[in-house]
Design a binder for this molecule. Structure first.
Ligand code: FMN
Length: 243
């Protein structure tokens, strides 16, 4: 088994970080575009029923309506809504032997993703940066200042982030997954983060909140905010949520 720092996944993560000071010289390889849709024109066609045929079933409506939304009102959302978003994204739902299973699937049941929440305007939750304690189903307060503007600046100045009620930040503790899957782990870690974020986006839609996933950010600036070393644990993905 390779050392964490010798895995392809680790090297990939380090080599693809955005850095404010050299992003203008970031080497973007020239790769030709290809069609967004693949079709087999000669194949027999089997028409499918559209989700509209299930009108009234909540999940289908949520899937149809979800959109990335980047403008929010100054209205707070509630602590209950924040709780539901956290539960939908990473809540515990069952135990199978030594594994505590969650709303989102995870390769090998290893759960390498940690959730942090930057609270800007949430009723009954003071602004600040929090860590989500999955087992205790509670937030652990790390700072007492709302870091929305810092996050927006670190996310390539995507100002809308600071206007949301809360920003979810997902980091990966890569070793949790790499100790089992080695070089292949990075694939699974990113898939886990995608599942979690999608659960959050659908839950936000179901609650009539607005959300947007975000992956453009200066990695080490967000790692600095969360006091992560960027090696054992590093920020992977964000989502802004508001009304
Ligand atoms: C991996 C990933 C990264 C994204 N990063 C950003 C981002 O940094 N900023 C942003 O405004 N939107 C971001 N988006 C949102 C996409 O722009 C959006 O999903 C896409 O335009 C399709 O629109 P829809 O989500 O409304 O269907 C990201 C989406 C994904 C899946």
């Amino acid at each position: 088994m390779p050392d964490l720092k010798k895995t392809l996944g680790y090297r990939y993560l380090q080599d693809t970080k955005y850095d404010r000071h050299d992003i203008s010289s970031y080497q973007m390889p020239v790769i030709n575009h290809t069609s967004s849709f693949k079709e087999y024109p000669d194949a027999e066609k089997v028409p499918l029923q559209r989700s509209g045929d299930h009108a009234g079933d909540d999940l289908w409506k949520v899937l149809q309506e979800r959109r990335s939304v980047r403008n929010y009102t100054a209205e707070n959302f509630s602590r209950t809504e924040l709780s539901l978003l956290l539960w939908a994204s990473q809540g515990l739902t069952a135990q199978a032997g030594k594994y505590f299973l969650r709303t989102a699937p995870s390769a090998g049941g290893l759960y390498p993703i940690e959730t942090y929440v930057a609270v800007q305007h949430v009723e009954d939750v003071a602004p600040g940066l929090y860590h989500f304690d999955v087992r205790g189903f509670q937030l652990e307060r790390l700072t007492s200042e709302a870091p929305g503007e810092f996050i927006a600046h670190a996310a390539l100045d995507q100002i809308f982030i600071s206007e949301g009620s809360a920003t979810f930040i997902w980091s990966a503790i890569m070793r949790r997954n790499m100790c089992k899957y080695g070089h292949r782990a990075m694939r699974y870690i990113c898939m886990d983060a995608g599942h979690i974020c999608q659960n959050l986006l659908l839950a936000a839609e179901a609650l009539n909140l607005k959300a947007c996933p975000i992956a453009a950010f200066y990695d080490d600036e967000l790692n600095y905010l969360l006091e992560l070393d960027g090696e054992e644990e590093s920020v992977l993905y964000l989502a802004a949520v508001g009304k």
